[in-house]
Design a protein around this ligand. Structure first.
Ligand code: HEM
Length: 480
């Protein structure tokens, strides 16, 4: 109303640093943009405006701001900005993660939530998770007998990759199966390239020039993946008659495609785009969260001991942890929450885009603003978290702070329409892996390194993981 009454009044943008002509604020963002944005927000406020090339951007760094964007005005901010990588790797934006808001995204999201990532479906793979984890424990037990140093980061990421591949494709993939570079290396390269600031996303029209050589790389990667996915789908089609105990995601998607029941365009390209999306979204996220939890536990031996004591009481030293124990492991829940507060694996969520002009906390946010919610900054806000840098799972004792998107102080999975549909699967995997590895083994750092000397540097990407692999020595502690 105020705007109608005084149309000449200039709309007030949120405060922000001074930008450069043309470039805007790109020069202020380094290798870890979430950290740079945290420092800038301390100066300019929890709702801050920037310009990246020709694109207006807003950075939100408080729980109240996050609630305005992800709940109060959820629909306005439910889109994603244009993303050059998704054109190549997401089959012309037929994927889910980077898809702009609209009927296709709504349908695809519903399909994934109901058919692939439902609690029922996740439960069907319980036995598989148990078997895979037992394999890892056996191999670590051997390392323990030999007193070997293990690359825990590589082991956890291998395990989480195997689990996700078994759910999606029905089989595991050895490194050589994707490309001579290796399965894991190709996926890491894809994730890294999709997370890179691509000038074409900020200076519309210059994409064709391919100044950073990114298009060439993305075309190459998309060709590798396409061949891989085509082969998997062909194998599934050929072996359709075989009776399987549990259908994998390819079976389910192909059945939907062939039934013609999907009320929207749904052909092989859509199937491939979603399979790739889930592979990338599911594989590294759970592994990175587990790796961070483990790093903090090793750095805080008294927290590790307390968690082992809880496991001894609930599970006992005669057996391994089962998924059915997880609900009774309250301290484990606190450890996972505290880990994701300090080390959210998607520190800026996935960027949202506003679909209309909007007023947030009195500030004008123009249509088409790239919107980043800095949950890394929220997790370190001293007004929200006393002694924010300290890793203290005890802070959750007696608190009702939820991690599923209802409490904006802690939203590692996002919240609202674009919140993570893989939350249940991700949480189950992280809790199970952390519990099992803490229960079965004591852990020591190699070369007499002190826990407090462990390097905790981050490597920003679509998934922000440890910059350096976590190396540790296991000592088996169960009685059988
Ligand atoms: C600890 C594990 C995980 C964490 C912390 C996590 C976190 C997130 C976050 C922060 C977002 C973006 C939310 C937003 O933009 O507002 C997201 C989106 C998404 N996640 Fe996860 N995730 C995890 C595991 C998984 C798993 C296991 C899957 C599936 C296999 C998955 C599938 C997705 C998909 C498809 C989206 C895009 C949703 C959309 O744009 O509509 N995630 N996740």
């Amino acid at each position: 109303l105020q705007e109608l009454l005084s149309p000449t009044k200039k709309k007030r943008l949120p405060p922000g640093p001074r930008g450069l002509p043309i470039l805007g604020h790109f020069h202020l963002l380094g290798k870890n943009p979430h950290q740079d944005l945290y420092h800038l927000a301390r100066k300019h406020g929890p709702i801050m405006s920037l310009r990246l090339g020709f694109v207006p951007a807003v950075v939100v760094s408080s729980p109240a701001g996050a609630e305005l964007v992800l709940k109060t005005h959820d629909l306005v901010f439910a889109s994603r900005p244009p993303h050059e990588a998704a054109k190549y790797i997401g089959y012309e934006q037929r994927d889910l993660v980077f898809l702009p808001y609209g009927p296709y995204w709504r349908n695809m999201r519903k399909l994934c939530t109901l058919e692939l990532l439902s609690n029922l479906r996740i439960d069907q793979f319980r036995a598989m998770r148990k078997a895979e984890l037992s394999l890892l424990v056996s191999s670590l037990k051997q390392a323990s007998e030999l007193g070997e140093i293990v690359d825990l980061s590589a082991r956890v990421s291998g395990l989480s990759g195997d689990m996700i591949c078994l759910m999606i494709f029905g089989r595991k993939y050895a490194d050589r199966d994707l490309d001579e570079k290796g399965f894991k290396a190709v996926i890491s390269e894809t994730v890294a390239i999709a997370a890179k600031f691509n000038l074409a996303d900020y200076f519309p029209g210059i994409g064709v020039l391919d100044l950073q050589g990114m298009n060439r790389n993305m075309k190459r990667l998309s060709k590798i993946f396409d061949g891989f996915l085509e082969k998997i789908i062909d194998d599934h089609v050929q072996n359709k008659q075989e009776k399987k105990e549990t259908e994998d995601f390819v079976d389910i998607m192909m059945a939907i495609m062939e039934s013609g029941e999907a009320e929207f365009e749904f052909d092989r390209r859509n199937v491939k785009a979603v399979l790739l999306d889930l592979l990338i979204a599911g594989m590294d996220t759970s592994a990175a969260a587990t790796e961070w939890a483990f790093s903090e536990l090793i750095r805080h031996p008294q927290v590790m001991k307390k968690l082992q004591n809880e496991l001894e009481t609930v599970v006992g030293l005669e057996q391994m942890v089962e998924e059915s124990h997880l609900d009774r492991l309250e301290y484990l829940d606190f450890v996972v929450k505290e880990t994701l507060r300090l080390h959210p694996v998607a520190p800026l969520l996935v960027p949202h885009e506003s679909m209309q002009d909007c007023v947030i906390d009195g500030f004008h946010i123009p249509k088409g603003s790239r919107t980043m919610v800095n949950i890394w900054a929220i997790g370190r806000d001293p007004n929200v978290w006393p002694d924010p840098e300290a890793f203290k799972p005890e802070r959750f004792i007696g608190s009702n702070i939820d991690i599923r998107g209802r409490d904006f102080r802690l939203i590692p999975f996002g919240s609202g329409r674009r919140g993570c549909p893989g939350l249940q699967l991700g949480l189950t995997m992280v809790r199970l892996l952390v519990a099992q590895l803490v229960h079965c083994f004591d852990w020591e750092l190699p070369n007499c390194m002190l826990p407090s000397d462990l390097d905790m540097s981050e490597h920003f990407g679509l998934v922000t993981s440890r910059a350096k692999h976590l190396m540790a020595i296991p000592r088996y502690r169960l009685h059988k």
